[in-house]
Design a protein around this ligand. Structure first.
Ligand SMILES: *Cc1c(COP(=O)(O)O)cnc(C)c1O
Length: 376
């Protein structure tokens, strides 16, 4: 039977019972389960604020927008980011008329602190760091650089639900952390995300902006008293970015299983590592940074003839993926072509092997065997 890259596992009966609550109560929108999920997320991560959104893409946009507006960045100011990511990361910068300055990646496929330093100039305002596959890379060095150069810091944690660094949720130094609970992420819903600001004012602003700029506070004091109940002020041109109770219901259930699922993913990764041991000349697993307990959203190897390997594995009905193509090869980011040689080189050589909780030891051994024999 075919082995896909990602197959989400849902705890169906529990999800249905949480969703049933929404349906019976007649409350599927903003509030109710979204509030419950935000509380549960803050407790789980230890982060001070969390706001539930309809995707991580909109979360990244909100993070950039709110920091730009708060700190008075100008159009054309620069944000340093990685070419090895899903385009959401970089589009979010473009939405706000800022310039994406690409810095190269390191052996973890995350931003390389050395190259980030090279890319800082008087127009640089922020760094967006992506924890590829759940890896924390050299996050702590990036934090030091951001602090030393007075730059804001956004963590694209789309792959990092449940990742720990030295036993804790990484990113507490970031101005904003954005998680994705998209359909095939390691904490799946269907489409949703979470934005976690460090500052309470940013969190409050996000709550208004993600609901069209509506502010109910002005009338909240009189809200109980009939006539003014419907009234609200609109402070700015906001967006329809908030999440809903059906997605939150699924998220609440899957959060209960997140650590268990991630532990199984790490077991799969350990089996892959063991299977490829002795083949380092042809198959090089991308390492996890020291101190990082990765969510293992991805298991990535580096090989010489990636495209041939992909085709050969497809013949075995094994369907891996690639995370990611070099973004500077896309037409709209082509202005930066050739500036990040490591990212460009590695993006032609990486392949993400199937990684999900429906793979067992037997299937995994089969993937390992097929991979090795395809290369030889
Ligand atoms: C999936 C992903 C996103 C976008 O998440 P959505 O919830 O689908 O909007 C952003 N960044 C990275 C690195 C991703 O993998």
């Amino acid at each position: 039977m075919a082995i896909q890259l990602f197959v989400p596992t849902f705890h169906v009966e529990e999800c249905l019972s949480e969703i049933r609550e929404c349906l019976e109560k007649g409350w599927t929108g903003l509030g109710f389960k979204t509030v419950e999920f935000e509380k549960a997320w803050c407790e789980y991560t230890g982060l001070p604020h969390a706001h539930f959104l309809n995707s991580a893409t909109v979360g990244l946009h909100l993070a950039v927008k709110i920091l730009k507006q708060t700190y008075g960045w100008q159009d054309g100011d620069e944000v340093i980011s990685t070419p090895l990511t899903f385009v959401s990361t970089n589009h979010a910068i473009m939405y706000e008329n800022l310039h994406v300055t690409f810095a190269d990646v390191d052996k973890y496929l995350c931003l390389d602190p050395e190259d980030v330093l090279q890319k800082i100039n008087s127009k640089t305002r922020a760094i967006v760091f992506v924890g590829i596959g759940g890896n924390t890379g050299q996050w702590e060095k990036i934090v030091e650089i951001a602090q030393a150069h007075n730059l804001k810091l956004i963590l694209d944690a789309a792959h990092m639900a449940g990742t720990r660094l030295h036993g804790e949720t990484p990113g507490k130094e970031a101005d904003a952390i954005v998680y994705s609970f998209q359909a095939v992420k390691n904490l799946p819903t269907a489409d949703s995300g979470m934005i976690c600001f460090r500052e309470a004012e940013h969190d409050a602003l996000a709550r208004k902006l993600c609901w069209l700029g509506i502010n109910k506070d002005t009338y909240a004091r009189t809200a109980g008293k009939g006539a003014y109940k419907w009234k609200y002020d609109v402070e700015s041109v906001g967006f329809k970015y908030h999440g809903n109770s059906i997605m939150a219901a699924i998220g609440l259930v899957e959060l209960r299983y997140l650590d268990q699922m991630n532990a199984y993913r790490r077991q799969l990764a350990a089996w892959y590592d063991a299977g490829f041991k002795g083949y380092e000349d042809i198959i090089r697993p991308i390492p996890v940074a020291p101190g990082c307990e990765s969510s293992r959203h991805l298991y990535i190897i580096e090989v010489d003839k990636r495209d041939e390997l992909l085709m050969a594995l497809n013949d075995y009905e094994i369907y891996p993926g690639v995370h990611y193509g070099d973004n500077t090869e896309y037409r709209m980011y082509s202005y930066a072509q050739g500036l990040c040689s490591n990212a460009h080189y590695i993006s032609k050589r990486i392949i993400s092997l199937p990684m999900h909780t429906k793979i067992d030891y037997i299937k995994l051994k089969n993937i390992v065997k097929s991979t090795i024999s395809s290369i030889y």
